[in-house]
Design a protein around this ligand. Structure first.
Ligand SMILES: [Zn+2]
Length: 84
């Protein structure tokens, strides 16, 4: 869905608004004027996607580390028993 970021030329308020083809012209929620400058919205969308991708990657890494740790503990357990 297209979310556009606007900056109000009247009061400088910045806000994001979902814009549908049938949406009326966006208005500043702070002052109600429709004298808006449209910012580049793709930046916030792509950074959100990047953040989610990073989070997923971090989770994967964490799971891999835990698996490895469990494996090491298992090995240590065996080593312990093998000694006796
Ligand atoms: Zn405004």
């Amino acid at each position: 869905m297209p979310i556009f970021e606007y900056q109000c030329r009247h009061c400088g308020h910045r806000f994001e608004q979902l814009v549908l083809p049938k949406s009326p012209a966006a208005e500043c929620p702070a002052c109600g004027k429709s004298d808006l400058e449209q910012m580049i919205s793709l930046v916030s969308v792509s950074s959100e996607q990047t953040r989610k991708a990073n989070l997923a990657a971090a989770k994967k890494r964490g799971a891999a580390i835990q698996k490895e740790r469990a494996h090491e503990e298992h090995k240590a357990l065996h080593a312990h028993y093998d000694e006796h």
